[in-house]
Design a protein around this ligand. Structure first.
Ligand code: DAH
Length: 356
């Protein structure tokens, strides 16, 4: 050979090259290194091919043996490459399986499920009773005009009955026909709004939030809920009023509950009454809850005052009606034995969770 390279030299170089390639391959841990390696050793101008070029300088009879060896080396490196790639993939999969492992048998994070507020629970119950009795549920605005909250309800300006409701006024110019803007002190204005919009007969209940400008204590909140009721038709009498409200009391507090109607004064009704139920704690015997009277007051009511009917253009000679109004939290307090109205809006889940 011209350059003195012998078959033994090429074989030794081939072996060295294979060792080097195998060693490098063993270090690979990701697919990205592999392509470079493939080009460097097995590619068309790779190291093995280059070595084979030296084959031409060998004696003819030695060429096949060395050429075959070179091909075997190439084959082994290709196999090793495949094996390495498979191993890398296996490792990656095993790693992923471990790091992304999900134990579906582990107990889950408990989800806190909400529930209805006791005011909502009782409100729904109250409305349910009246809906079954044929009353329709309607609503009115919380920001109201003097006209609806007072004037049309037979409570003219400067009338002493206004002292019954401590009022939050809204800073707005009073208008000539609607008066001052205010936060409604009761749901009674909805009576007027309904009658103004609807010819008789009407039979509605109006739930909603009301506002009183007064100091809070165990039985007073500045914001609370009321349900108003109104039924107007021909020949509606006090007997209808008593029948409906007795049925209501029985439904909410039990069939055995005794119901009492006492004379009372509200400017928009005549006669007016207060309804009490026999104390369900002592059954009328007298206890701490009923302040030893045996009775619990649950609402105000009466026959719609003829002046109110006239004001909405209902003919009082033809139509008569009854109305009632109750505090929702008060009913809830009686039902559940809650002794302080301030619990309702103190946002304490220990209180709220007790009612379902
Ligand atoms: N609006 C009254 C109040 O808040 C309650 C009331 C009494 C409503 C008698 C009525 C009624 O409809 O007839 O104190």
């Amino acid at each position: 050979m011209a350059d003195g390279t012998t078959a033994a030299d090429i074989v030794a170089q081939l072996e060295a090259l294979e060792r080097e390639a195998q060693d490098k391959l063993a270090e690979f841990t990701s697919d990205s290194d592999v392509n470079e390696w493939r080009t460097a050793y097995l590619g068309r101008s790779g190291k093995v091919t280059q070595l084979l070029r030296g084959l031409g300088g060998l004696p003819k009879e030695e060429r096949p043996r060395v050429g075959q060896l070179a091909n075997t080396v190439k084959g082994r490196l290709a196999e090793a490459l495949e094996a390495r790639q498979a191993a890398i993939q296996r490792d990656q999969l095993a790693g992923a399986l471990q790091s992304e492992a999900l134990d579906v048998t582990l107990p889950g994070e408990p989800v806190r499920v909400g529930q209805l507020h006791p005011t909502s629970l009782v409100l729904n119950e109250i409305l349910g009773v009246f809906e079954r009795l044929g009353f329709q549920v309607v609503e009115g605005p919380e920001v109201e005009w003097d006209r609806y909250n007072f004037a049309m309800l037979n409570i003219p300006a400067d009338h002493p009955a206004r002292d019954m409701w401590d009022t939050f006024y809204v800073e707005a110019e009073p208008t000539k026909s609607f008066g001052s803007m205010l936060l409604r002190t009761h749901t009674s204005p909805v009576q007027v709004r309904v009658m103004e919009d609807t010819p008789p007969p009407v039979r509605v209940v109006a739930p909603g939030r009301v506002y009183r400008n007064e100091a809070t204590d165990a039985s007073h909140e500045a914001i609370f809920y009321q349900v108003e009721g109104l039924a107007v038709d021909e020949r509606t009498s006090m007997a209808d009023l008593k029948g409906v409200l007795t049925a209501f009391a029985h439904d909410l507090f039990g069939e055995k509950t005794r119901v009492r109607f006492n004379c009372s004064y509200f400017p928009f009704v005549e006669p007016g009454a207060e309804v009490s139920i026999s104390c369900h704690v002592c059954d009328g015997g007298g206890c701490r809850v009923c302040k030893h009277t045996g009775w619990l007051e649950i609402l105000g009511c009466g026959m719609v005052h003829p002046s109110v009917l006239e004001a909405v253009n209902y003919d009082p000679a033809r139509y008569s009606g009854f109305a009632f109004g109750m505090g929702v939290e008060r009913i809830a307090m009686l039902k559940y034995g809650i002794d302080d109205i301030r619990y309702f809006y103190s946002n304490d889940v220990r209180f709220l969770q007790q009612f379902r």
